[in-house]
Design a protein around this ligand. Structure first.
Ligand code: NAP
Ligand code: MG
Length: 401
């Protein structure tokens, strides 16, 4: 069978532990036998990040920026235990954070829907895609402890010192706490562009949630910027594709999300996205079926990954020579989404079809009852499971036919 020719490269970011074992299997059995592709490899294992003083992470991000498409394996974000385990020079930051800052993108978390895998929210037949604005708000806040009586104020002074705005927040006559945070229009605007481009690409409607009834300046700014970008740049294209945009109050949105059956993007402010992405992931059941895409505002650059981590508990078994039943599906979908985007940018229909075919084979295999332990446990005690190697063999065989 002739391999499909892929003209432009994909940035291939390797990682750690069990996720790395699966990564190598995906390339060896599902990608390289079928595609004539140039993979620009970056080793982001914790060992290599330590050896390069984390430069490799920055280089990987720059390579994605240059080549538009990256696919990333899960990596260890070191804590104190990992520093000892790997004898690290320092506590390196999360590579995902470093890459996100360089690409200035939005993260979209999207579950893979499998008919026979029960979900906690049973009527979510399509994905609820969560988009999180990962800048500012409480994550860049300043807090203070109030110990004495006195006045807490919020003050802005212009750089030329000609303009000063000061608001009294509270007059304390007993101890308490205070907080202040911010956001910037350009970041909100980039977030809006990312969201609208993603919605257009997937042809699904989008909702932005805020609490603008309470935060009449702060959250109102999010609402206004989204509305402005939508009216000026997207409304026509949305109408042509029969999709819509709406702003909703966060309380209303939470109720709708539970009531509806999925099939939309929910654009969340930073904290809401942090919380809701975990809630929605749990609603769909398994981390092994959750994907994550980082996309630039213009929709051109993407980096895809599985939402789960390096699955350390399974890696310990693997190190002891045991077979594991680790779910590779979200990692495979990271590859298919990256390949599909490469295909779209290069106008390579054959590559797009290959990605779609591989996704369909994965779904069909699970729906035929061949699945890993994490999913089998959700189906029930009667459901048999296979180990990771067996699942790869089935998927590969189907792909060859
Ligand atoms: P994790 O790797 O996602 O694993 C948590 C648990 O979820 C596992 O012990 C396993 O449960 C289950 N699980 C997750 N993915 C699975 C899969 N594909 N198949 C089957 N079961 C799966 O999270 P963690 O244990 O908290 O973190 C481990 C390491 O990953 C940490 O060093 C962390 O820094 C890193 N991490 C990286 C990323 C990333 O790169 N994006 C994200 C999160 C965490 P059972 O043990 O019950 O089978
Ligand atoms: Mg969270």
């Amino acid at each position: 069978m002739p391999k499909i020719k892929v003209k432009n490269p994909i940035v291939d970011i390797n990682g750690d532990e069990m996720a790395r074992v699966i990564w190598d299997k995906i390339k060896e059995s599902l990608i390289l036998p079928f595609l004539d592709i140039n993979l620009l490899e970056f080793d982001l294992s914790i060992v290599n990040r330590n050896n390069t003083d984390d430069q490799v992470t920055i280089e990987a991000a720059k390579a994605i920026k240059k080549n538009n498409v990256g696919v990333k394996c899960a990596t260890i974000t070191p804590d104190d235990k990992r520093i000892i385990e790997y004898n690290l020079k320092r506590k390196y930051p999360s590579p995902n954070g470093t890459i996100r800052n360089i690409l200035n993108g939005t993260i979209f978390r999207e579950p893979i829907i499998i008919k026979n895998i029960p979900k906690i929210v049973n009527h979510w037949n399509e994905s609820v895609v969560i988009a999180r604005h990962a800048f500012g708000d409480i994550y860049k806040s300043r807090e203070i402890d109030i110990k004495k009586n006195g006045k807490l104020t919020l003050k802005f002074e212009s750089a030329d010192k000609k303009e000063v705005v000061e608001e009294t927040i509270f007059e304390f006559d007993s101890p308490g706490v205070g907080i202040s945070y911010f956001n910037i229009d350009s970041s909100i605007r980039d977030f809006a562009y990312s969201c609208f481009n993603f919605a257009l690409n997937r042809k699904i409607p989008i909702f932005l949630s805020t609490k603008n009834t309470i935060l009449q300046k702060y959250d109102e700014r999010f609402k206004n910027i989204f509305e402005e970008v939508y009216e000026k740049k997207f409304k026509k294209k949305f109408q042509e594709n029969n999709i819509s945009y709406q702003h909703r109050l966060i309380d209303d949105m939470v109720a709708c999300m539970l009531k509806w059956s999925g099939g939309f993007i929910w654009a969340c402010k930073n904290y809401d996205g942090d919380v809701m992405s975990d809630l929605v992931a749990q609603g769909y059941g398994s981390l092994g079926l959750m994907t994550s895409v980082l996309q630039s505002p213009d929709g051109k650059i993407i980096e895809t990954e599985a939402a789960h981590g390096t699955v350390t508990s399974h890696y310990r078994q693997h190190q002891n020579g045991l077979q594991t039943s680790t779910n590779p599906i979200a990692s495979i979908f990271a590859w298919t989404r990256a390949l599909s985007h490469r295909g779209e940018l290069d106008k390579n229909k054959e590559l797009e079809d290959f990605a779609k075919k591989l996704e369909n084979i994965c779904i069909e295999t699970l729906e035929n009852g061949e699945m890993t332990k994490d999913l089998a446990l959700m189906v029930g005690p009667e459901q048999k499971w296979v180990n990771t190697t067996q699942l790869f063999e089935t998927i590969k065989k189907k792909l060859e036919n």
